[in-house]
Design a protein around this ligand. Structure first.
Ligand code: MG
Length: 350
């Protein structure tokens, strides 16, 4: 999906909303304002944080506010924690060779301390902290590290992160683990919104799977009269072919074949013999663009009584040569040619 990920820190990889809220409420109390609860804060807080304070406490200089905020944050009772799934997600990125960066407005001393305390430093190629307006730095990161914007995403929990991504021409991924309420974030229209980093990782794995070929097993079944079984299926544009399907994770090829035959034809098989493997890459005869590796077998049907499932509409027991009169899908035709050429089909039982 992406080769480079730039992560926000607070609310994305670590949870420091508790101490930030404590410190913010301390600042508000100094100026006689009521405390906010978590939900109120998530609806109102925004970056750059001078904008938030300009709205909440206009006319108070930022330096003065920070002089109250910093010690209150350091003395806050609620601990800063690493968010669930953050470490796994970063390890997963490292394993896949995805380049990771941090871009955060957290002041550098606090950030470096957390980075060290949580043992995450080795995951990042570079980190940028103490950045009040991330939009001013995103281009610099992209240029300095030669990142292709099309293959880069900024992952963050706030509207400002989405705006920063847009400003840098990279994709924006919003997580709901942090400072902005889901409604506030949605209004910024991120390219992708996930509840947390685990879902991001899972979605990503799913996409990677779809980018790889799918391995399938299929068999030409024959009966005691040396007739073969063909089925007509809408998946292959109503052409005729052999029954078969995908191998499940953890399943052997043979078990997948036995299962698929039973599911699609109701037939138990024996005398299973591997015949050949075929590529089927975006066949126009298949219902959608897909890359299959087809493992083709020959197997004896223990009965001739066929029970189709929803995948096929018709079946026929037929002599091999007569099968060519049916409109066959190209992979099945290739298999039949091979079986005929090498005389692989047993002669009828006496
Ligand atoms: Mg954040």
């Amino acid at each position: 999906m992406f080769q480079n990920l730039i992560f926000d820190w607070s609310g994305t990889l670590v949870d420091d909303l508790g101490p930030v809220l404590e410190a913010t409420n301390h600042v508000l109390s100094i100026y006689g304002l009521p405390a906010m609860d978590r939900e109120q804060f998530r609806r109102r807080f925004r970056l750059p944080y001078m904008d938030f304070y300009a709205e909440v406490l206009p006319d108070i200089p930022l330096a003065e506010l920070e002089s109250h905020f910093r010690p209150a944050f350091d003395q806050a009772l609620t601990p800063v924690t690493i968010l669930p799934h953050a470490a796994e997600k970063l390890a997963w990125c490292s394993a896949l060779g995805i380049r990771s960066f941090v871009l955060t407005s957290m002041d550098t001393i606090a950030f470096e301390r957390q980075l060290h305390d949580f043992g995450l430093a080795h995951h990042f190629e570079a980190t940028y902290s103490g950045v009040l307006d991330k939009r001013e730095v995103i281009h610099q990161i992209i240029a300095h590290h030669h990142l292709d914007p099309k293959k880069t995403a900024f992952v963050g929990d706030m509207t400002h992160d989405v705006e920063t991504a847009r400003h840098g021409g990279v994709s924006s991924i919003a997580v709901l683990t942090g400072y902005n309420h889901a409604e506030v974030l949605a209004a910024a229209r991120p390219d992708l919104t996930v509840p947390d980093l685990k879902v991001l990782k899972d979605l990503w794995s799913l996409r990677l799977d779809q980018h790889r070929p799918t391995v399938t097993v299929g068999a030409l079944l024959y009966n005691d009269h040396a007739e073969i079984l063909l089925v007509k299926t809408p998946k292959w544009k109503n052409l005729w072919g052999i029954p078969g399907g995908k191998i499940e994770r953890g399943e052997t090829m043979l078990h997948a074949l036995q299962r698929e035959m039973l599911e699609e034809t109701g037939i138990e098989i024996d005398r299973v013999q591997f015949v050949l493997a075929q590529d089927s890459i975006d066949s126009p005869q298949f219902m959608r663009s897909q890359h299959f590796v087809l493992l083709n077998y020959l197997a004896h049907a223990q009965s001739t009584e066929v029970v189709l499932n929803h995948e096929a509409t018709e079946y026929r027991w037929i002599n091999l040569l007569d099968a060519y009169d049916l409109p066959l899908n190209e992979a099945t035709k290739f298999l039949l040619d091979h079986i005929q050429h090498h005389s692989l089909l047993p002669t009828p039982d006496a």
